[in-house]
Design a protein around this ligand. Sequence first.
Ligand code: SAH
Length: 455
Amino acid sequence: MSVPVKKNDRLTVYIEDLTHDGNGVAKVDGYPLFIQGALPNETADIHVLKTLKNYGFGKVIEIIQPSPDRVDAPCDYFKQCGGCQLQHLSYEGQLKWKENMVRNVMQRLGKIDAPVLPVKGMQEPWHYRNKAQIPFATNEAGQAIAGFYKTKSHNIVDMERCLIQTGEADAILAGLKKELATIGIRPYNEHTHEGMLRHVVIRKARATGEVMVVLVTKKRKFPQKDAAIATIQQLVPHVTSIMQNVNGDKTNVIFGDETIHLWGKDVIIDTIGDVRFEISARSFYQVNPEQTEVLYKQALDYANLQGDERVIDAYCGIGTISLFLAQKAKYVMGVEIVPQAIEDAKRNAELNGFTNTYFEAGPAEEVIPRWYQEGKEADVLVVDPPRKGCDEALLKTILEQRPKRVVYVSCNPATLARDLRVLEDGGYQTQEIQPVDMFPHSTHCECCAWLELAD
Ligand code: SAH
């Protein structure tokens, strides 16, 4: 295909779609151009920034015909910060776009005809994120800055607040950087490896209101710790736990191996539905518990448990779905590759008094075939894999063992469509797909799919 536009061209285009990065897609004689800041159904004057063989990039000079769903992004940092991609699209517009996106991906990539229901969104799609991980640094004037990274970079956008995170995180973000010089703590510099404070992580339990603040420091020795504790208590008077984590490595990874208790409790407790979870400084936990409850209730509905089913939960993490299902099942066996998450799952099962759960650490594609060989069978199998989808060997095991019902929770519609096709070809029928909006203002969309073994 010859490239119909060149760098620095100015032209008027119609925007047909939106990419996963939140860029508009226009086609010039079939050649796709990705246009930063443009929305579907808009007409825009654009400037071509770069052309490659099969696609190019452009940016908006002027929107000629705006989308009826266009809004002013409420956050001042929206254009610089890499956190949100869709704040310029109304929330209803976002939900509509996600529904169509899931439907198109199902048909295009998987030839899946099952109904895709309207996305279950949030009543109040702001301040939902229960964990903020804020990097600290020093600007050229020598002042402490803190915020989030610019899109595809490691440069910090200095911020006072974020509309996605909690008020407690904002208080720390705005307040702590002002106080650092007084307390005598220098932010870490990732280029020179000097300085002390790398990240501050703030976690809040939505149901109980408990708050944990974790200071990630380069060194273990922390002579300013009493002043730091006092400052945090002033900024967030209801804080329940203050911890230190030591990360002395030259790395982008936030946490180091050692976590030290500084003040208060060393865990916070949250609940999703009727299930309680203990969250420590580093434990994995869903970042939007309100919508997690919606998603996992959907999984429970689709599993349609009557009380005597044997259930396998593959990719179980800290056992959130397993414990939800255990309320209604004969027993649930969960498998997850990260041993620490399995420890959390076991502890949470105990905390809630479940005696019908069993958890094992290992790759699902190896552990589940072994369970079947040992006679541990399942009537219902739930999977919640990472973005790359289910391992082929696991899909093969499902098709050999043929549990009567499969519930597939997915954070990536493309791999969901691919895996549903494999399961449909092997004798399952997808009944319904329910998308759930776990991350408002981002392009992500979670889905819960329900499959039954065809007769
Ligand atoms: N259901 C979980 C979250 C699932 S996220 C919850 O509600 O908390 C996907 C999980 O799959 C991650 O915890 C990841 O560690 C795990 N994982 C990745 N590859 C795996 C594999 N091959 N076998 C088992 N678990 C795996």
